[in-house]
Ligand binder design. Structure first.
Ligand SMILES: *[C@@H]1O[C@H](CO)[C@@H](O)[C@H](O)[C@H]1NC(C)=O
Ligand SMILES: *[C@@H]1O[C@H](CO)[C@@H](O)[C@H](O)[C@H]1NC(C)=O
Ligand SMILES: *[C@@H]1O[C@H](CO)[C@@H](O)[C@H](O)[C@H]1NC(C)=O
Ligand SMILES: *[C@@H]1O[C@H](CO)[C@@H](O)[C@H](O)[C@H]1NC(C)=O
Ligand SMILES: *[C@@H]1O[C@H](CO)[C@@H](O)[C@H](O)[C@H]1NC(C)=O
Ligand SMILES: *[C@@H]1O[C@H](CO)[C@@H](O)[C@H](O)[C@H]1NC(C)=O
Length: 449
């Protein structure tokens, strides 16, 4: 037990400090940063463009980064978090070899923190960068909806939920459906492979000893299979060896679909799209009509960008580490209420005890957060982070709102607290060694923060 260890900590969360921060809405918005960071798209575009000029692999990698991030826990930049001693992160999960170029997002973030500090989430940077790489590769343009928050959880073991290159169409449909994406979106988004490269490991099972009857996957064009076998000899000493997923791999076009029709899909999951009646007609229509593909790809990217949008995450300062290290366990919270007799909130706030920018969990976890191993600040020494009185129970009252707070609400919250007799726990239970004066002071301090 810490110096003072009341069974119950009582405090209300004050949000006055937050009036300078952007407030999140549940729904994403094209104009989300119009007032708080009007240069956001320009800064990201310049960074991504410059990086792509120096390294032509950047566009495919950024596009893949967006897919991988959104497929696991939604588009919340969980993919960018580094592993810590207590936790292996998504980016170190098995299929990680294909996702790289994190430095591009890092550079954009650094410039954005200089231009508009603590404003643009890492998740939104990935979303905008993914659109930019498509557009700069001569693909379609679309308006990116913004206002995502960054998540606080990233687990390597969850990457098994990514669709595998060996999936058949039923498995693909199922995997996309879990994210609210339909069959058309599956086929359109697979067209993202028009920018791409794959290492041999993702398709070499198709090249040799494929099945008991076929040495080579029979859906693969035989000349193409010979070419791939040469590129991916066995044993393969060149870890960089592989194949472009499209013959015009730096141009975003519909060549990918034409190649599927010719039996030249690289992944089994690509070629399967042409072998199944549910998806074949869509492949054919995109192969015939590039503008249709562009239109549906853009719409599908917007839809993918809506997957798992969280309202109660944070805006990370450094995309690789959490900004608030504490996490509040739901069992810590014994009841939460909000008060707003004067209706002084504006419509962008969440009308609940929850706060829209994560200040609630932030404050509560400073008080009672359980231990988190491997916390660090900008990579400085890692250690165990914990709240003042880990695991203690709290009653949380939201009294103040972005536009202010009223005395009536404050008193109502106090009254409620008295009603629940929690105050008596605080004053009479386990803090004998604290003077009454100090205890009251301490409680008032909590109220002030
Ligand atoms: C452009 O990219 C290169 C390589 O990534 C980097 O060294 C350079 O600083 C970048 N320049 C600007 C203006 O961002
Ligand atoms: C991929 O993850 C493994 C651990 O599973 C790690 O050793 C390796 O460095 C990671 N590779 C990249 C490129 O991040
Ligand atoms: C991943 O590991 C965590 C514990 O570290 C576990 O709670 C979770 O169920 C696992 N998820 C999957 C998909 O295996
Ligand atoms: C797809 O793969 C799954 C798992 O291997 C299998 O159960 C299913 O029968 C396959 N479906 C089709 C249509 O081939
Ligand atoms: C092909 O697979 C069979 C059984 O799956 C195995 O016995 C055989 O050794 C394999 N051949 C090669 C060349 O890997
Ligand atoms: C929550 O608070 C109420 C009232 O003080 C108490 O009776 C109840 O046992 C508490 N519940 C938990 C899970 O601590």
């Amino acid at each position: 037990m810490a110096a003072f260890a009341p069974k119950t900590i009582v405090f209300c969360t004050f949000f006055l400090l937050l009036t300078t921060l952007p407030r999140s809405r549940a729904a994403l918005d094209v104009h989300y940063y119009d007032k708080t960071c009007p240069q956001v798209e320009k800064i990201i575009f310049q960074t991504v463009y410059n990086a792509s000029m120096h390294d032509p692999k950047v566009p495919a990698r950024i596009l893949r980064m967006f897919f991988h991030d959104c497929f696991i826990r939604g588009c919340d930049a969980s993919l960018l978090l580094d592993s810590t001693p207590g936790n292996q992160a998504e980016k170190d999960g098995p299929p990680n070899i294909s996702v790289r170029s994190f430095y591009v997002i890092k550079e954009a973030k650094a410039k954005l923190e200089a231009a508009c500090p603590r404003t643009v989430s890492c998740a939104d940077i990935i979303g905008i960068a993914a659109r930019d790489v498509v557009t700069m590769s001569r693909g379609p343009y679309w308006n990116v909806l913004k206002g995502r928050k960054d998540g606080r959880v990233s687990r390597a073991n969850e990457t098994i939920n990514l669709p595998a290159p060996t999936f058949n169409v039923s498995q693909l449909i199922q995997s996309f459906a879990k994210r609210g994406l339909g069959v058309k979106e599956l086929v359109a988004l697979s067209g993202g492979h028009t920018l791409g490269f794959s290492h041999c490991s993702s398709f070499q099972a198709r090249l040799r000893n494929f099945s008991s009857v076929h040495d080579v996957d029979p859906t693969m064009d035989s000349e193409f299979a010979l070419k791939l076998r040469k590129q991916c000899p066995k044993p393969n000493r060149d870890h960089g060896a592989g194949e472009l997923l499209d013959s015009t791999s730096s141009i975003f076009d519909n060549d990918y679909y034409k190649r599927l029709i010719g039996g030249k899909g690289v992944f089994g999951s690509d070629q399967a799209l042409f072998g199944d009646y549910r998806t074949k007609w869509i492949v054919e229509s995109y192969a015939k009509d590039q503008s249709l593909f562009f239109k549906e790809f853009a719409a599908s990217m917007v839809k993918l960008g809506n997957v798992g949008v969280i309202e109660d995450g944070e805006v990370r300062l450094n995309c690789r580490v959490l900004t608030s290290y504490f996490s509040l366990h739901p069992t810590n919270v014994n009841g939460s209420r909000y008060y707003n007799s004067q209706k002084i909130y504006d419509h962008s706030e969440i009308i609940s005890p929850r706060d829209s920018v994560g200040h609630d969990t932030h404050t509560a976890s400073i008080a009672a957060g359980r231990e988190i191993a491997g916390a660090n600040i900008y990579g400085l020494p890692e250690g165990v982070a914990r709240g003042g009185v880990p695991h203690s129970r709290m009653a949380v009252y939201k009294v103040c709102w972005a536009m202010g707070c009223s005395l009536a609400d404050l008193l109502a919250a106090f009254d409620m607290q008295l009603l629940r007799e929690l105050i008596s726990y605080l004053f009479h239970s386990e803090c004998h060694h604290l003077s009454a004066k100090r205890r009251i002071q301490w409680q008032l301090e909590l109220f002030r923060h």
